[in-house]
Design a binder for this molecule. Structure first.
Ligand SMILES: Cc1cc2nc3c(=O)[nH]c(=O)nc-3n(C[C@H](O)[C@H](O)[C@H](O)COP(=O)(O)OP(=O)(O)OC[C@H]3O[C@@H](n4cnc5c(N)ncnc54)[C@H](O)[C@@H]3O)c2cc1C
Length: 510
C-alpha cells in the first residue's frame, strides 16, 4: 500500500515504484511489480495505449524476418511468448496462420524452409501448428503467376486492449493508475524521487517513490533530458510504421506475409470480419511522435505491394482508415530503418534513487521485459515476490480455455434479445468480464440508450468505470474498434453522453 507523508497541508503519497507511461511496457511493468507486493503508481499523459501500443501490426509473433538479422535471442523469447499470451488472454489473443507466397528471385525456397524450421523449433510450441509448403490453385486470391508458398503459425492480438488489461491487472493488485496525468518533472530526494504530475486541467500534485521507471516509449530520451535532467545512456531511433484498412481482400481467416522487391515484408491481415489490414512501413521519423500520420508515399508503397500480389487491385479511394505509430528503437547505428534491432534494452541508473529506462521492445515480449525490469530492481526491494505473470490470466481471460465461442453463446442464452454479433464482440473484447459489464441486466432493454452501431450506454459506463475511458476516441478506437463503423452523428451522440456522464461524477482521486 502507498503511504501518506504530510508536507505542509498536502499529504504526499509515497510508493515503492512510479512508472511513467501507460503503453504496453509501462502497464506490463506496473502489473508485474504490483503482483510482487510493491506499491505502484503509474501515470499516462494521454489515454492508455494512445500512442505506439495501439498502432502496431497487432501480432504476437516470433518475427520471421528477424532471423535474417540473426536476432535469435529475441525470436526465441518471442516465439515462446505466443503460447504464454494465448493462455493468459484467450479472449484478445488468437492463433493465426500466415501464408508466405514464394518469390524465388527474392529468397530461395531452401532459405525459407530453413527459416521456418528454426521458427518451428526455436521456441516452445504446444498449441500452434507447425509450418508446411502450400500450392495455390485457380481459386486463390493471389495472381495466377504465384503458384506456391509456405504456411506457418503466429498469433493476433488486440494491442490496445492488451495494455488496458495489464493496467486493470495492476490496479487489481493495488496499483494507482492515473491517466491524462503527465510527469512534468522529477528530482532525486534522499532515498528516492519526488515526482511532479500535471492533470489535464492543469492542476499539479506530487508523489514520492523509491524507484522510477521511464516507460515513455518514443519520449524515453526526451523525458530523461527535459523532465529528469539526466543524460540518456542510449540513442533512440524513431521509425514510423503505417497501416491502411480496406474492405476484405480475400476469404479465409489466414494472413498473408508478402515479400516486396526491396526485401521488406508487408502483412495483409483479416481485421474485424469485414476488413483487411495492410502494413507496415519503416520510415525514419524526426517529428513529434504524437503527430505522426501516414504519408502519400507510404500509401503508394503499401498499395504497390498488395497489388503486386493479389488479383484484385485495391484503389486509393477504397482505403477506409489508416493509422501510424512510431517505433522507439534502441539506436544500433544501422543504416536501414527496417534492420534496426527490435530487441529491448533496459538501462538502470543505480544509486539511492534508482531510475530504470526502457528502450525499444515489442508488444510480444512485454511480459519478459517486465520480468527483466523486476530482476534489475530486485536489489532495492529484496523482499519482493517471485515472477508470477506467466501463468496468471489477464482480466477476462479467467477460466476461458480457448472457448471464446462458448462464452458468446452463454451471453446470448442469458440475455434476452442480445444479438449474436454483439455477444461475439463482447466475448472477444471483455472475455469473462462481460458478466461484470452486464451486472444484473438480463434483457437487452437494460443496456440503455444505443449510441451507435451496437454500442449501448451500459458498455460505455463500464468502460468509464472499469477501463479509464473518458473521451470518444478511447471508446471508439482503443477499448473497441467501433470507430470504423461509427458515423459523425453517432460520434456526436457518444461525445454528448460522455460529457454528461463525466459532469455528474467525481473525478478519479489521485
Ligand atoms: C507500425 C508498428 C508496428 C508494430 N507491430 C508490432 C507487432 O505486430 N507486434 C509486436 O509485438 N510489436 C509491434 N510493434 C512494436 C510495439 O508496438 C512497441 O514496441 C510497443 O507498443 C512500445 O510500447 P511502449 O509502452 O514502449 O510505448 P508507447 O505505447 O508509446 O507508450 C509510451 C507512453 O508514455 C506516455 N508518456 C510519454 N511521456 C510521458 C510523460 N511525461 N508523462 C506521462 N506519460 C508519458 C505516452 O503518452 C505513451 O502513451 C510495432 C510498432 C509499430 C510502430
Amino acid at each position: 500500500m502507498a503511504q501518506s507523508i504530510q508536507a505542509g497541508d498536502n499529504p504526499i503519497q509515497a510508493y515503492d515504484l512510479a512508472v511513467i507511461g501507460g503503453g504496453i511496457n509501462g502497464a506490463g511493468i506496473a502489473a508485474d511489480a504490483a503482483g510482487r507486493g510493491l506499491s505502484v503508481f503509474l501515470c499516462e499523459r494521454d489515454d492508455l495505449a494512445s500512442h505506439t501500443s495501439s498502432a502496431s501490426s497487432k501480432l504476437v509473433h516470433g518475427g520471421l524476418r528477424y532471423l535474417e538479422h540473426y536476432e535469435f535471442r529475441l525470436v526465441r523469447e518471442a516465439l515462446a511468448e505466443r503460447e504464454v499470451l494465448l493462455r493468459k488472454a484467450p479472449h484478445i489473443v488468437r492463433p493465426m496462420r500466415f501464408v508466405l507466397p514464394h518469390r524465388p528471385h527474392l529468397r530461395p525456397a531452401w532459405m525459407i524452409r530453413a527459416g521456418l524450421f528454426l521458427y518451428d523449433h526455436l521456441g516452445k510450441r504446444e498449441q500452434l501448428p507447425g509450418s508446411h509448403g502450400v500450392k495455390f490453385d485457380s481459386a486463390s486470391a493471389l495472381k495466377p503467376s504465384i503458384k506456391r508458398g509456405f504456411e506457418y503459425s503466429d498469433c493476433w492480438v488486440d494491442d490496445a486492449r492488451l495494455v488496458v488489461l495489464n493496467a486493470q491487472a495492476a490496479q487489481e493488485k493495488g496499483a494507482n493508475i492515473q491517466t491524462r496525468t503527465a510527469c512534468v518533472g522529477a528530482h532525486k530526494d534522499g532515498e528516492g524521487w519526488l515526482v511532479t504530475l500535471q492533470r489535464a486541467d492543469g492542476s499539479r500534485y506530487s508523489i514520492r517513490c523509491r524507484a522510477l521507471v521511464n516507460a515513455a516509449g518514443p519520449w524515453v530520451a526526451k523525458l530523461l533530458g527535459e523532465q529528469l535532467r539526466e543524460r540518456s545512456p542510449y540513442g533512440i531511433r524513431l521509425v514510423q510504421g503505417s497501416h491502411i484498412i480496406v474492405p476484405r481482400l480475400y476469404e479465409g481467416e489466414h494472413a498473408f506475409i508478402l515479400q516486396n522487391e526491396d526485401r521488406r515484408i508487408v502483412f495483409a491481415i483479416p481485421y474485424l470480419d469485414r476488413y483487411t489490414m495492410i502494413g507496415t512501413t519503416d520510415r525514419e521519423y524526426r517529428g513529434d511522435p504524437a503527430q505522426v500520420a501516414i504519408t502519400e508515399a507510404e500509401i503508394d508503397y503499401l498499395l504497390g505491394v498488395v497489388n503486386d500480389h493479389f488479383r484484385y487491385q485495391v484503389r486509393r479511394e477504397e482505403i477506409l482508415h489508416s493509422f501510424s505509430g512510431v517505433r522507439p528503437l534502441c539506436d544500433d547505428e544501422s543504416d536501414n530503418p527496417s534492420a534496426i534491432t527490435r530487441d529491448y534494452t533496459l538501462a538502470l541508473a543505480d544509486g539511492p534513487a534508482p531510475l530504470l529506462s526502457v528502450f525499444g521492445g515489442k508488444l510480444t515480449t512485454y511480459r519478459k521485459l517486465a520480468e527483466s525490469a523486476m530482476a534489475q530492481l530486485k536489489p532495492y526491494f529484496p523482499t519482493m515476490g517471485a515472477p508470477w505473470t506467466a501463468d496468471a490470466p489477464l482480466p477476462g481471460g479467467e477460466e476461458m480455455g480457448t472457448d471464446v465461442g462458448g462464452l458468446a453463446h452463454a451471453l446470448q442464452r442469458e440475455v434476452r434479445g442480445l444479438p449474436a454479433t454483439l455477444a461475439a464482440r463482447w466475448a472477444t473484447t471483455y472475455g469473462q468480464r462481460s458478466w461484470r459489464l452486464l451486472g444484473e441486466v438480463r434483457d437487452i432493454s437494460g443496456l440503455g440508450e444505443c449510441l451507435g452501431a451496437d454500442l449501448y450506454a451500459r458498455e460505455v459506463d463500464y468502460l468509464c468505470e472499469a477501463e479509464w475511458a473518458s473521451e470518444a476516441d478511447d471508446v471508439l478506437w482503443r477499448r473497441t474498434k467501433l470507430g470504423l463503423v461509427f458515423n459523425a452523428d453517432e460520434r456526436t451522440r457518444l461525445e454528448r453522453y460522455l460529457a454528461e456522464r463525466l459532469s455528474t461524477r467525481e473525478p478519479n482521486a489521485a
